[in-house]
Design a protein around this ligand. Structure first.
Ligand SMILES: O=C(O)CCC(=O)C(=O)O
Ligand SMILES: [Fe+2]
Length: 356
């Protein structure tokens, strides 16, 4: 029988965060109302009046037309929307299905098993099972559990990543390499960068993190959030979502929110802050959020393609060569990442850290 948890702040935090049951464990107790620490202030709740239904982020068929045509569609989407979906992207559908199955397998484990993957217990900071975003820094929690895996080597992944999902995660990361390379190549060509040398390659895709997100069904979805407003700090993010929906991105000029509808066998691609900085603001790292769902559990699996932690990132020389003024300073990527992970989600504010 599911344990009962009274709506006492300490009890809830203890059960969800400390005992590792996650919000999934809490949702499965059959509670009728979200506990008070999950109630977001009014301004952070999704206002249905604010949803834009006449605009759509582009869907790009990566098999249609030559590289030039696909590349142009990618650059246009990255400039205008910062978000797009790709179909016929080359990642085998079976690999995507396996990752989704592995996600459900991992979150289906008992709390004691999942607890082995908290940073304290896992023996490495590169493996992190957790809930919400940064519970210690948040005044309201997010209705989400996650497993976050920072890739350093196959050996480390085999030794430390949970066996319920390590092979599928590695397979997905490997199978998406060509697609990621094509997208980044196109985006660089759009900035007049034709030679991606070792330094640039490291800045663009020197490290990767894969997250498994689990958003349990929620009794009061309108009061809480799955993920609060934020932009990613990646160069690009490749996101696999299931067929539930709930991801919303900021519309053009910051107006309203546009749904990213699940499209069978697609991947969602978005520009992150690191690429916005390198492109001196040409490619947009757009604010996005996930709503909670009142009737279904949802999963998503983003791969964050990042610079290496020790890379210095700033506007690329090719972007500035015609006299364009840099808007961003050059920052150590690790400092930028620390800044992001030490606070609650706060929309587009993270990038101010790099503003000149
Ligand atoms: O679950 C999603 O659709 C998006 C999750 C997200 O924005 C993130 O993990 O950064
Ligand atoms: Fe995100």
């Amino acid at each position: 029988m599911a344990p009962s948890v009274s709506d006492d702040s300490r009890n809830v935090t203890d059960f969800v965060v400390k005992k590792g049951n996650g919000i999934k464990g809490l949702a499965e107790t059959g509670l009728q109302n979200v506990p008070k620490q999950y109630i977001q202030p009014l301004e952070e709740r999704m206002d249905m009046q604010n949803i834009v239904t006449h605009e759509f982020i582009p869907i790009i068929d990566m098999s249609k037309g030559d590289d030039l045509k696909v590349g142009k569609a990618i650059c246009d989407a990255a400039e205008k929307w910062g978000f797009f979906q790709v179909i016929n992207h080359g990642v085998p559908i079976e690999v995507l299905e396996n990752v989704k199955e592995a996600t459900n397998r991992f979150f289906g484990l008992p709390a004691e098993e999942k607890m082995k993957y908290t940073p304290k217990n896992s023996g490495t900071l590169n493996v992190r099972y957790g809930t919400s975003f940064v519970p210690k820094a948040e005044s309201s929690l997010e209705w989400k559990d996650y497993l976050s895996l920072f890739y350093t080597s196959e050996e480390e992944a085999s030794a430390f990543w949970p066996k319920e999902c390590n092979e599928q995660a590695l397979e997905y990361m490997k199978a998406s390499e060509v697609t990621i390379g094509r997208i980044l190549d196109a985006l660089m060509k759009g900035l007049n960068v034709t030679d991606i040398d070792a330094k640039k390659s490291s800045m663009l895709m020197g490290s990767k993190r894969i997250n498994f997100n689990y958003y349990p069904k929620c009794p009061n979805p309108e009061l809480t959030v799955g993920v609060g407003r934020h932009s990613d700090i990646s160069t690009i993010t490749v996101l696999l979502q299931d067929d539930i929906g709930g991801l919303y991105v900021r519309g053009i000029d910051g107006k309203g929110w546009i749904h990213v509808p699940p499209v069978t066998d697609s991947l969602v691609i978005n520009v992150g802050d690191a690429l916005q900085i390198m492109s001196n603001g040409r490619y947009k790292s757009i604010e996005h959020r996930v709503v909670a769902n009142g009737s279904k559990n949802r999963i998503s699996v983003p791969i964050f393609v990042n610079p290496k932690p020790k890379d210095m990132i700033g506007p690329l020389p090719e972007v500035l060569e015609k006299g364009e003024k840099p808007i961003y300073r050059t920052v150590l990527y690790n400092e930028y990442a620390k800044h992001f992970f030490n606070k609650a989600h706060d929309g587009k504010k993270t990038i101010d850290f790099a503003l000149i």
